[in-house]
Design a protein around this ligand. Sequence first.
Ligand SMILES: Cc1ncc(COP(=O)(O)O)c(C=O)c1O
Length: 427
Amino acid sequence: MDPNWKIETIAVQGGYEPKATEPRIVPIMQSTTFKYDSADHVAALFDLDSADPFYTRLGNPTTSAFEGKIAQLEGGVGALATSSGQAATTLAILNICRSGQHIVTASTLYGGTYSLFANTFPKLGIEVTFIDPEADAEEVKKAFRPTTRALFAETIGNPGLNVLDFAKFSDVAKSMGVPLIIDSTFATPYLCRPFEYGANIIVHSATKYIDGHATSLGGVIVDGGNFDWTSGKYPEMTEPDSSYHGLRYTEKFGNLAYIIKARVQYMRDIGATPGPLNSFLFSHGLTTLPLRMQRHSDNALALAKHLEDHPLVSWVNYPGLESHRSFARGRKYLPKGCSGVLTFGIKGGAPAGKIFMEACKLIALVVHVGDARSCVLHPATTTHRQLSEAQQISSGVAPDLIRLSVGIENIDDLIVDVNQALTASQK
Ligand SMILES: Cc1ncc(COP(=O)(O)O)c(C=O)c1O
């Protein structure tokens, strides 16, 4: 790759450079295993002296092409693809945090990540403190303990749509000596490159905008190669690994230590690997990421402005709106646009929300975001229906809240559909 390539060029050409007579498009290597001529070659693979593929749980050429492209797009040193976004977050943290240790996270998280941190990590002995991302730096620091090993947050919170104060979060992480791990699923590297704002590790649910066409579940961890693991807090990075004849990751791999360790220890042992077909579809999706993200963002802003003026709408939450609390931060960190998800309140509350969702014709009722096709969800009567109204409100789900993932269709058609569904909702 030419280091001067712009993001649009990397999205099209990155991750795979075929030699003469090789396929122009990255092939789907639907093979678990690879053939060798010498036992020494295989021994070198097991000793991590060769990066050639040897078993698809640990690496596959189609998956490597996807990993290469997303690492280049984010400006990282390496990436590890996973079977889902949840697997990416889980492995990203397990790689540096063990039983008896602790992480601090912004509370404004995707529900699945919230549950992973609130329920499953504590069962494994990893404690998690949730903080208000708007608290000042000194307040956030109070949540840290001697055992804290990471600070976690989302670039754009799902579903709150708050834009992260990267300057504050990276200052806190630096002064507390831990990496800043960012879930940048909603932003994607086209809208925001968190390593440029002090993040150290990025995770994505590739299921969303990276795929972009609602075909495949997957995730990815990207390493910025910009954190010093040798402070003494991360002995698994610096001390001998008995499962690799006493290998020391930082000594052998330098600034690739984190991402190589995630692959050869945790992917080896847990096996949350994407299938080659999914990796192929993620590389394919990334090819058009810049075009799609611009259109998603432009359509969402236009629809948000339309809804703000609509008499049947009580409020609109979209960081691209001047009325939004994160507007200035959006300008700073997401100058090209604020992605495709918006939420709004409908007059008539939950009953009207249910009718609205069912009345949409072009916009489909789907439990998903980030698809090229627009989709809608009324969390109070679907994803959050098991919660009491008080619990719904504390998790950010008001009875009248409707979430729209705005696709890349023509904006005029989306406005027609939203208008007719809003009218229908009042019957
Ligand atoms: C911000 C965010 N992170 C992570 C995930 C989890 O991703 P996956 O469904 O691929 O496991 C999601 C899923 O919606 C998400 O929205």
